[in-house]
Ligand binder design. Structure first.
Ligand SMILES: [Zn+2]
Length: 467
């Protein structure tokens, strides 16, 4: 049996041509030869793409041979071969260079219609799919998946994939930034005359660490998520939750980046902001810049995590030799429970006093056994942490009863979602600071489902390939 696929092309004048695209042969039917196969579909798509490209470009180039203003025929200045990359294969086409018409005011003496049409030498759809997949999986894996699913050109490698993805990110990074005047410099009075803002904008911030190449250590990546808690207009749709991530010192400042995110969620100068984060200094500084009407809360998750670690260590403690300053392991456990209780109610004063009651006597014990020394160090760390963050430790219990957010699986999951899943801490894998930062810009767009919108900004007729 033979299956022949023919392509009928009707041009603008109504003239029709018929071309054979592909013929598929089948002998006796087996499970393997039933229906169309993937490799055949690749051949078919490639053949179809080849015909479509050739026909469309031929008619396009004919139309470009005349000056669009005065209609004069433009002289050829030769041609060169161009490689056009598409999702359905790479194609060599000849690209003419034409003399500019004397009526043109442009300084350049020649023009290349094809370069003007396709400056990136690839179709937007290919660029979109490459970047989207690279944002979701390792470059090598994404390359292989693209090759399995589509008849992309053989030349596609993880190196090209990375180059195209980072090129997209750089283009996004060069977009104009939101006006920082949105942030402040407004008088109390003008803030009061503004329309009432929507509900608080809840922002979770956290830092994660990504490995540099070789043994150069790690660098910090900031990631977070923001969402508007309610709109004043009950009919209005809540803007979607947005995640963001960046490396500080790369391009725009942290507040400009965040402002860009918040603006999409309807941020205005009198917006109430609620920041949840752990006690990192870099994160704290970012939040301070949003001073309008903001509240900063130390994420309960980070606080309680330290207590959990302490609790686990205290369970394995050996008994200390009886001295007047020694505790039993049970006493340590009980004190820790009290500290947690005070912190839960935002009572940092008593929490610190209780911590002190544990730390001070242990400080005086001679030759503390190693497990006890570990507990002592952790307790001191906690002291420092609570002292430094005392202004951000709130009455979590009360907030919890009022069904207000206190913590973040919310923040923690974002870091995992945005950073860890793509920048896994495999030993041999290393990231350059700019490579990671740029990829994060594409990755957050994919996770926020904004990449299509970005492409539509550059290519108004673009639609994301149907899922
Ligand atoms: Zn002209």
């Amino acid at each position: 049996m033979h299956f022949t696929l023919k392509l009928e092309v009707t041009d603008d004048t109504g003239h029709t041509t018929l071309t054979d695209l592909i013929t598929l042969h089948r002998g006796d039917l087996t499970a393997e030869t039933l229906g169309l196969q993937l490799s055949e579909s690749h051949q078919l798509l490639q053949a179809l793409q080849n015909q479509m490209l050739a026909t469309q470009l031929q008619s396009f180039l004919v139309s470009q041979k005349q000056c669009l203003t005065c209609g004069k025929t433009l002289h050829s200045k030769g041609q060169h071969h161009k490689n056009i990359r598409t999702l359905f294969g790479d194609f060599k086409v000849s690209s003419p260079r034409l003399k500019r018409c004397p009526c043109s005011s442009q300084a350049q003496k020649t023009s290349s219609p094809l370069s003007t049409l396709l400056p990136e030498k690839m179709t937007p759809e290919l660029w979109f799919m490459e970047s989207k997949w690279a944002a979701l999986a390792a470059y090598g894996v994404a390359t292989q998946c693209l090759k399995d699913a589509f008849p992309v050109g053989k030349a596609l490698s993880k190196v090209t994939l990375r180059r195209h993805t980072l090129k997209l990110a750089r283009r996004c990074e060069s977009r104009p930034l939101p006006d920082q005047r949105l942030l402040g410099g407004r008088s109390e009075r003008s803030l009061q005359t503004m329309p009432l803002p929507n509900g608080p904008l809840m922002v979770g911030l956290d830092g994660g660490y990504v490995r540099k190449p070789g043994k150069q250590g790690f660098f910090e990546v900031i990631a977070g998520k923001s969402h508007l808690q309610f709109t004043r207009d009950p009919e209005a749709v809540l803007p979607p939750v947005r995640c963001f991530a960046f490396v500080q010192g790369m391009g725009a400042s942290a507040q400009q980046r965040l402002l860009g995110v918040f603006k999409e969620q309807g941020f205005q100068s009198n917006q109430t902001m609620l920041f949840l984060s752990d006690g990192g200094d870099s994160l704290r500084q970012i939040q301070r810049d949003f001073c309008a009407v903001s509240e900063h809360i130390l994420d309960w998750f980070h606080l309680t995590m330290r207590l959990t670690v302490l609790g686990q260590c205290s369970r394995g403690l050996p008994a200390l030799k009886p001295t007047e300053t020694a505790f039993t392991p049970e006493e340590v456990g009980a004190q820790l429970t009290r500290i947690k209780h005070y912190l839960w109610h935002g009572n940092t004063v008593v929490a610190l006093e209780t911590l002190d009651e544990l730390v001070e006597p242990l400080n005086w014990v001679d030759k503390l056994p190693a497990p006890w020394q570990r507990i002592l160090n952790l307790l001191k760390d906690l002291q420092t942490y609570v002292t430094r963050n005392r202004g951000y430790i709130v009455n979590y219990g009360e907030r919890y009863r009022n069904k207000e957010e206190i913590s973040s699986a919310f923040v923690e999951s974002t870091v995992n979602w945005v950073i860890s899943k793509r920048f896994c801490k495999k030993q041999q894998m290393g990231w350059t600071v700019s490579g990671a930062h740029l990829l994060l810009q594409v990755r957050t767009q994919v996770l926020n489902d904004e990449l299509e919108q970005t492409f539509q900004g550059w290519y108004p007729g673009f639609h994301k390939p149907a899922a």
